[in-house]
Design a protein around this ligand. Structure first.
Ligand SMILES: [Zn+2]
Length: 142
């Protein structure tokens, strides 16, 4: 198995080139026999071109709203902005998820928005529980 990228000879069962790391298990590589330039009787061997693209080739920007959501979700949890932070995290989280969905893959950050939403909602839930406990306590003692 020859690496389509750098031409290094790899073991047949290897999935990645030992030399450059290119994925080679799905690429059928025909070892190129040296053919003379003038030889036209030989049918052209069509070598499948490697469809390798580095993972970093396409950088998808995160939705700013998703980042805002996550940041405020964290701020809510470190009790810098407990109520406002949680609300901003929830609102921005939903907006960001909508933006990511509409952008059809050109905007990322759905996972960040999800994290912001979870942080925001759990903080709100915690405050809700705390508020109920406080109200219950007040009702009991008054
Ligand atoms: Zn290689």
């Amino acid at each position: 198995m020859y690496c389509p990228r750098c031409g290094a000879a790899n073991q047949a069962d290897q999935r990645f080139c030992f030399n450059c790391g290119t994925r080679i298990d799905q690429v059928a590589v025909v070892p190129q026999a040296p053919s003379s330039a003038g030889d036209i009787t030989q049918p052209m061997t069509i070598v499948p071109t490697a469809t390798y693209s580095p993972p970093s080739a396409r950088i998808i920007p995160n939705s700013p709203l998703a980042i805002v959501s996550l940041v405020f979700g964290i701020l809510a949890w470190v009790l810098i902005l407990p109520l406002v932070g949680a609300l901003v995290a929830v609102v921005c989280g939903h907006l960001a998820r909508g933006e990511v969905r509409r952008a059809n893959g050109s905007v990322g950050g759905a996972d960040l928005a999800m994290a912001g939403l979870i942080l925001g909602y759990s903080q709100l839930a915690l405050m809700g529980v705390g508020l109920c406990a406080l109200l219950g306590f007040l009702i009991v003692i008054v």
